[in-house]
Design a protein around this ligand. Structure first.
Ligand SMILES: Nc1ncnc2c1ncn2[C@@H]1O[C@H](COP(=O)(O)OP(=O)(O)OP(=O)(O)O)[C@@H](O)[C@H]1O
Ligand SMILES: Nc1nc2c(ncn2[C@@H]2O[C@H](COP(=O)(O)O)[C@@H](O)[C@H]2O)c(=O)[nH]1
Length: 224
């Protein structure tokens, strides 16, 4: 057989093969650009699903219940937490935020990939529980001044809220070394391209490609 002849083995389409889904986490100080990158990824990638968190914070203008967050009051949040409905939860900026468990756990088994926009506390909890499923990406702003500029220009929060988020930024950034990948979000298109490349590579990680086991076994079997 020459190099140009088709292989006797049919090459499996790795996207069509069953593999367990992965949990793709984006974290950053508030305003560095997680939500923006997440929206770009979701718009380009139909295999990626957003994990929609529950929160006790009030909706911002334009935010839709069930799409951006599940907006609940504190007693409902506490009931969900006591019921064990969260994979992780944390207090952030004076509010409670949590990742609902049911959809993600079922979806991972079906091979769906999930995107999480959560803080370092949630990342730590998910990594402890779900280890090999988790990919952790941290976005840094190009500077503290640019972070302040973005939070102000976003025009969704009062000056007090922006000040509180800026106060927390350095503490958030100090957790950058608990992540697998770190990207400076300077140019948004470049940042998005880097994040998309990480996702593509993580999908091809050998340990996730359980669907290839039969193919490799066949390829390496002794010839008759
Ligand atoms: N690379 C970039 N260059 C300029 N502006 C950007 C860039 N990335 C994001 N922004 C803008 O910065 C603002 C904050 O971005 P975004 O809301 O995505 O941040 P976030 O990290 O999700 O914040 P939070 O944690 O508060 O939800 C938005 O107005 C967004 O359009
Ligand atoms: N641990 C968790 N953190 C979460 C979750 N959902 C969002 N977040 C983080 O909270 C802050 C503030 O978000 P904002 O939408 O109010 O600006 C940000 O860092 C998010 O990543 C969650 O379910 N768990």
């Amino acid at each position: 057989m020459t190099d140009l002849e088709p292989s006797a083995l049919s090459i499996p389409d790795s996207d069509a093969l069953h593999r367990r889904g992965l949990m793709f986490i984006l974290s950053s100080p508030s305003g560095a650009g997680k939500t923006t990158v997440a929206r770009m990824l979701l718009a380009q990638d139909s295999r990626l699903h957003m994990s929609v968190s529950a929160t006790t914070r009030a909706p911002r203008a334009g935010e839709v219940n069930g799409r951006d967050y599940i907006f609940v009051d504190q007693s409902e949040f506490d009931r969900m937490a006591e019921d064990g409905q969260f994979l992780e939860w944390a207090h952030v900026f004076g509010h409670s935020y949590g990742t609902p468990k049911a959809e993600v756990k079922a979806g991972l088994k079906e091979g769906k990939d999930y995107l999480f926009d959560i803080d370092w506390q949630g990342t730590q909890q998910l990594h402890q529980k779900m280890q090999a499923d988790v990919v952790r990406v941290f976005l840094l702003p190009p500077s503290i001044d640019e972070l302040r500029r973005r939070l102000t220009a976003r025009n969704t929060d009062s000056p007090d809220v922006i000040a509180a988020r800026m106060d927390r930024a350095k503490a958030e950034i100090s957790h950058w070394d608990a992540y697998d990948y770190v990207i400076v979000n300077d140019d948004i298109e470049i940042c998005y391209a880097k994040v998309a490349q990480i996702l593509a590579a993580e999908r091809m990680r050998r340990t996730r490609q359980t669907g290839l086991i039969g193919f490799v076994r066949e390829m390496t079997a002794p010839e008759a």
